[in-house]
Design a protein around this ligand. Structure first.
Ligand SMILES: [Mg+2]
Length: 387
């Protein structure tokens, strides 16, 4: 079998989103989604939806689409679509941007699993059929008490765990942007206290600053409070280009530091951080080298006895988790969520959403062959837009 074409279909759809700059609901916001299609000379096609932003609920940029339909397409035309390792290597050595190489790798996994008649995680080697989910908030969902109310509502829905993205680039007291000083640790400390008080001692709580604490001192001050309140992990608190500061932070605090989250370099960077002792738990997702790169990272972490907590929601991340034991990758990030955002509203272009949660707080792995997509092609065709 040979790859005969690579196409990206760009289409308009809608979903609820949260406007993090103004802390307000965007009901039924316009969303541009992309589906990348890798076609073969034997009529089999592999698909990947997404590539943009958080999870795979948004499409690639027009520039990324042109890269895939241009340089990447000419590189892989005629290749055997089952040679995922070879194609993965080609894309790294050509310095193809991580998002583009990830989209191709994921579509190749979808293709191979469809050919095998198995879900992707079963083709990799299944480890479990369901994963525990945590409710992951948008940043800036409101004043500290809004987080406490929201955490309680999530607990009532069945979530066993809740992760706070606190206030950044936005001052909760004034409702105004704060570009020069992105953090607001007084409100953040009030938030983590109110949330723990609201949900009680048993709910698992996580905290993710997205690199917006720019001094070691404020990072430690909030970290000590997280330790006192028995939070489970402290994610990406500082910018990730200062690795030595992370080494100091891991020595200073007992709460596990979860990083790197967004550092470039995929599995290679994660392996380096483990060697440097710069984090206690590693972080990876399929946007940083595809399912192949994410799975490799989980295996490196397993070998070193370090957790590899998978970043973001979405089909590919869920499939990697299905192929990884919970001792290595435990929690599925469901979201992002905010009051009024109907995350579970059906996507009009798919027959079934990726991650409905059961009453015990688990998300089941899709059981159809491939990534799990059942596209509604009429909707996609009717809503096509140009790049
Ligand atoms: Mg995060």
């Amino acid at each position: 079998m040979k790859i005969s074409d690579v196409k990206v279909i760009r289409f308009r759809t809608h979903a609820d989103r949260w406007d993090i700059g103004h802390a307000r609901l965007k009901k039924n916001a316009k969303v541009i989604q992309t589906v990348t299609c890798i076609e073969t000379d034997e009529g089999l096609t592999g698909y990947f939806f997404g590539g943009g932003k958080h999870g795979d609920q948004d499409g690639m940029t027009p520039d990324e689409q042109r890269l895939i339909e241009g340089q990447v397409r000419s590189m892989i035309l005629g290749a055997d679509p089952f040679d995922r390792e070879l194609i993965w290597k080609w894309m790294w050595v050509r310095n193809i941007p991580e998002v583009a190489q990830s989209v191709i790798d994921c579509a190749l996994w979808d293709l191979a699993a469809r050919h095998a008649g198995l879900p992707v995680y079963k083709l990799m080697g299944g480890a479990r059929d369901k994963v525990p989910a945590y409710a992951s908030t948008y940043p800036n969902i409101g004043q500290p008490e809004v987080y406490a109310e929201h955490a309680l509502a999530c607990k009532a829905e069945g979530y066993q765990a809740y992760k706070i993205h606190p206030h950044y680039f936005w001052n909760p007291d004034t409702g105004l942007p704060t570009n020069g000083r992105p953090s607001n640790i007084r409100a953040d400390i009030e938030t983590i206290n109110l949330v723990r008080e609201a949900v009680g001692p048993d709910m698992v709580l996580m905290y993710d600053v997205w690199g917006t604490y720019h001094t070691f001192e404020e990072t430690v001050k909030v970290g000590r409070e997280l330790e006192r309140l028995d939070f489970y992990w402290y994610e990406h608190p500082m910018p990730e280009y200062r690795v030595e500061t992370y080494r100091r932070l891991c020595r200073e605090l007992s709460i596990p530091i979860l990083a790197p989250e967004i550092a470039a370099g995929g599995v290679f960077t994660r392996a380096e951080w483990i060697l440097q002792g710069a984090s206690d738990m590693s972080r990876m997702d399929i946007r940083r080298g595809g399912i192949t790169g994410c799975r490799k990272t989980a295996i490196v972490c397993e070998a070193y006895g370090q957790r590899c907590e998978v970043h973001m929601a979405g089909w590919g991340n869920l499939q990697v988790m299905g192929a990884t034991h919970e001792d290595t990758s435990e929690w599925y990030e469901k979201g992002l969520l905010a009051p009024g955002v109907d995350y579970d509203a059906p996507h009009p272009y798919l027959k079934r959403n990726c991650d409905p949660m059961d009453a015990e707080g688990y998300v089941a792995l899709p059981q159809v062959p491939g990534m799990g997509y059942e596209p509604i092609w009429d909707y996609i065709e009717d809503n096509r837009v140009a790049a």
